[in-house]
Ligand binder design. Sequence first.
Ligand code: BEZ
Length: 221
Amino acid sequence: MENTIVKEVVQMPRIGDAAPDFEAITTKGKIRFSDFAKGKWVVMFSHPADFTPVCTTEMSGFAIRKAEFDELDAELIGLSIDSVHAHLGWVNNVRENTGVYFDFPIIADLDMKVSKLYGMLQPNESETAAVRAVFFIDPERKVRLIMYYPLNVGRNMDEILRVLEALQVSDKYKVALPLDWKRGEKVIVPPPKTLDELEERLADETLEKTDFYLAKKELVY
Ligand code: BEZ
C-alpha cells in the first residue's frame, strides 16, 4: 500500500468550533467574514476551479435553489483559488450559456488563505485546488456541520438543504433527526436522563416508541 505523505499539518475547524474570521475579495466586493450575513445561517462552500464541468453544475445548483436557502434564512458564499476576474468571467459565461446567475458572493482565494484556514486545501487530493467543502455556520458563528467531497464527485443539493433544515429544527425544538429525515417526518425525542424521566417516557402514549431510548413524535411547526 502506498504511504500518504503528510505535506502540511493544519488545524482545521471542527464541529462546535467558532468559525475562523478572515477578510477576502469576493464577486460582491471585499468582506470581513464576521460582518457577513450577521444573525443568519451561512453556507460556505468551495469548488476546485472556475470554468470546469462539475463545478459549473454545482454552482448552478446553488443558484437555482437559492430561494430555498433564503426561506431557511441562510446566506450562500462560494470560494475557489481563482482570481475575481476569472470568477466574473465564469459567472457571466454561465449566465450567457444557461441563464443561471450566481447571485451570491464567491471568494477569490488566490493566496489560499481562506482555503487553508478552513481545511479546504487537502494536498494529497490537490495542492492547487480546493476540495468540495461545505461549512454550515450558525447565527452565533459556530461551525455546526462540515462536508468534504473530492474533486471528481459533485455534491447533492437535496442533502445540503436537508441538513441545514435538520440543524435548525434540532435547535428550535430540542429534538434529534433520524436517518434520512425530511420536513414533515417524525423527530426523535431525546432519551430520558433520570429514572423519573424514564417513567414519564414509558407512560407517554403520544410517542411512537420502539423502546424507551428510541421514541419519536410528530412535530407541530
Ligand atoms: C470539475 O469541476 O469538473 C473538476 C474540477 C477540478 C478537477 C476535476 C474536476
